[in-house]
Design a binder for this molecule. Structure first.
Ligand SMILES: [Zn+2]
Length: 317
């Protein structure tokens, strides 16, 4: 009940300093830094905590592949057998993405002259314990403490979305920060638009994770909407303007046959595909950018600048 009162109070009043304080989830496994601009940054795969037991003393084994049931559906429990490679549970950590999420928020605050910082939500558990970018069973393998952390993470995102809904235009976006390791080294922007649809330009605004953005500016005009995905209103455009590679973008309109991530669970569930005023974009940052990040302030400023310019042109108008 406390949490409900807190949520209602903060949503209704926006008292920075009271509502703006960092919140930790159960056992410090998740963290929410409330913001005051209509941007949410999430980092589901950057955590490093590896508890071997739960709060009640029960074991907390690492996530593992699930099994197929009689109908061929994947089920995810530690006791199922035999496991199936078709029900794989990825456990690779996206190195440096926790730091990048925090730094991006700080840089955006600095660029906007200290007045506005994005909301940031972190999963601090290592992906081998919780994958916060999957549906709950695959995410947790049904370990009770993992389920609690998963729900905390989702509730923090909901809290940030609620704050944005009552702020300014009520329009905003979530950036889900990930790391990829394939070539070429460019940032992959996921809008739930597949590689082939980018090649053919056969997507339309419905079904994407930036449906609200598209409908706001373009209605159902798909030629107009393409500018927000591959043209000069897109996040890719502003990333290009800062001298960085991105796909889709005006310089790389489609993945050109290379591997490409088009967006995962968070982008599907927390974007505007099924309605609402908050869009979502998955950012898959290349290894080269992530491993350079800590020692390259110009790089930090470049990515933050791109996000601010995209925001100011498309959401702050
Ligand atoms: Zn990831």
């Amino acid at each position: 009940m406390m949490a409900v009162y807190y949520l209602l109070f903060c949503a209704g009043t926006f008292l920075t300093g009271i509502c703006g304080e960092t919140q930790l989830g159960f056992q410090g496994y998740t963290k929410y830094e409330p913001g005051d601009i209509n941007i949410i940054i999430t980092a589901p795969h950057g955590g490093g905590l590896t508890p071997s037991s739960q709060a009640n003393g029960d074991d907390w084994p690492d996530r593992k592949n699930g099994c197929k049931d009689a109908s061929g559906t994947c089920i995810y429990t530690h006791s199922c057998s035999p496991t199936s490679s078709k029900c794989s549970a990825r456990t690779v950590r996206d190195s440096f993405t926790k730091t990048i999420a925090r730094d991006l928020a700080d840089k955006i605050r600095d660029i906007t002259e200290g007045s506005t910082r994005p909301h940031v939500v972190y999963n601090l558990l290592k992906r081998s314990k919780l994958d916060a970018n999957r549906e709950i069973n695959e995410a947790t393998l049904n370990v009770p403490d993992a389920i609690t952390a998963y729900n905390d993470y989702a509730n923090f995102i909901s809290q940030a979305k609620l704050a944005i809904s009552g702020s300014g235009s009520g329009r905003g976006f979530l950036l889900d920060i990930h790391g990829q390791t394939h070539q070429p080294p460019r940032t992959e922007l996921g809008y739930l638009i597949s590689k082939s649809k980018l090649v053919q330009k056969s997507y339309n605004v419905v079904g994407t994770s930036i449906r609200n953005l598209g409908e706001y500016w373009c209605g159902s005009n798909n030629a107009c909407f393409q500018d927000f995905v591959q043209g000069n209103r897109s996040l890719g455009y502003f990333v290009n303007q800062e001298g960085l590679a991105a796909v889709p973008s005006p310089l790389d309109e489609d993945p050109n046959g290379e591997k490409f991530f088009s967006g995962g669970y968070t982008t599907r569930v927390h974007g505007s595909k099924d309605g609402g005023n908050i869009d979502a974009i998955q950012l898959e940052l290349p290894r080269e950018l992530r491993f350079e990040w800590n020692r390259n302030v110009a790089l930090q400023n470049a990515l933050a600048n791109a996000i601010v310019k995209f925001y100011q042109l498309n959401y702050d108008a």
